[in-house]
Design a protein. Structure first.
Length: 368
């Protein structure tokens, strides 16, 4: 049997973050026939190594998919410096974007990057997520993926996929790389993903449009649900939560997007998103699920970055600032529970990283 031509050769793709979103992305890429996927698994590695993924999918049904695996699975990030490793054409990052929690995404993916070759696809929430990646890998194209999909993993290795997989792909701007090259990289990935007939993957030239639009939901419903410990159906039933919190938060994102990026998010779109979740579903947004399970939340790129952009542009954001402060408090509690910060036994000092501060904020120097 002859070898594949250049046109027939499958993309070598690494997927980092094989929970619900990452697993469905890997499945779509392989089902499309234009990709060979290596998936990096962490807590679910043993379950998938033994039995594969069990998937119940609204797109790929009607029968459940049992025992599926991508072409390769690993429990560590591959090191392409190893002479036996084939360079990756794309690295797809679907982990939560925890900018304030180490390690950074750039540190995490570094071993698998081939300078000048590997395209980095960020299928993550928020704005300005590309900046630290472009800084770390200035000569690698970085592209944006905004997923609209409802997929969760519970227990490990079992995926429930309930909303149609719709992915918007765009090129991030990078002064070190030509627009032509970045656009080509985004279109190549879009073509590979869209080759799966069961999903919808479209190319959009302006990355800002899709990212600010998704922030309307994530900076309001997602964040407020986490603070109140309340599903979206109950939030809507209360009415005052929508009127006093959700809609004002969306309006502040709307004003910021228009001022900072020239993106017009209409009042009609806001009202559509307010009613987007099925009223009978009692949907629990991802940030609420993370808080409930004692996990870190995607705080900085969903709220911190929009607020910093708003402040720089002089856009008032009083509702979002209160939400942000409350979420920082919840994140602090999670950091403490996981040992990233410690309050001294006497209550008179605080250990944050390697530095103590007393009650007056006076630095007491480095500790071991």
């Amino acid at each position: 049997m002859g070898s594949l031509t250049v046109e027939e050769r499958k993309h070598n793709i690494l997927v980092i973050g094989s929970g619900g979103v990452g697993t469905m992305a890997a499945y779509a890429l392989e089902k499309g026939g234009k990709a060979e996927v290596t998936a990096v698994l962490r807590s679910n590695f043993e379950a998938v190594e033994e039995s594969g993924f069990d998937i119940k999918s609204i797109d790929h049904g009607p029968e459940p998919i049992s025992g599926w695996r991508p072409s390769h699975i690993r429990n560590t990030i591959p090191d392409v410096g190893n002479m036996f490793s084939r360079p990756f054409d794309f690295i797809v990052v679907t982990t939560k974007n925890l900018a304030d929690i180490p390690p950074s995404v750039a540190t995490l993916i570094a071993p698998a990057i081939t300078t000048g070759k590997t395209v980095i696809a960020l299928l993550q929430n928020g704005i300005n997520i590309e900046r630290p990646i472009i800084k770390a890998f200035p000569h690698n194209p970085v592209i944006s993926g905004v997923p609209y999909i409802g997929a969760i993993e519970n227990p490990p290795g079992t995926i429930t996929h309930v909303n149609h997989d719709r992915l918007i792909i765009s090129p991030f701007s990078n002064e070190n790389i030509s627009v032509k090259r970045s656009t080509a990289a985004a279109k190549d990935f879009q073509e590979a993903y869209a080759s799966c007939p069961n999903v919808t993957c479209t190319y959009e030239p302006r990355v800002e449009n899709a990212r600010w639009k998704k922030l309307l939901y994530n900076a309001s419903y997602n964040t407020i649900a986490a603070i109140l410990q309340m599903d979206t159906s109950r939030m809507r039933a209360s009415e005052f939560i929508i009127d006093d919190l959700v809609r004002p938060a969306m309006k502040e994102i709307q004003a910021t997007a228009r001022t900072v990026s020239g993106v017009d998010l209409s009042d009609g779109l806001i009202e559509t998103i307010i009613r987007a979740d099925n009223y009978t579903a009692f949907f629990r947004p991802s940030m609420l699920q993370d808080i409930t399970k004692g996990r870190f939340i995607e705080l900085e790129n969903i709220l911190g970055e929009p607020l910093r952009e708003a402040d720089n542009a002089g856009v008032p954001t009083p509702t979002l600032k209160v939400i942000y402060s409350l979420l920082k408090g919840l994140q602090f509690k999670t950091k403490e529970s996981k040992g990233l910060v410690k309050v001294s036994p006497s209550g008179k000092g605080l250990k944050y990283g390697k530095r103590w501060e007393d009650e007056d904020g006076k630095k007491n120097g480095q500790i071991g």
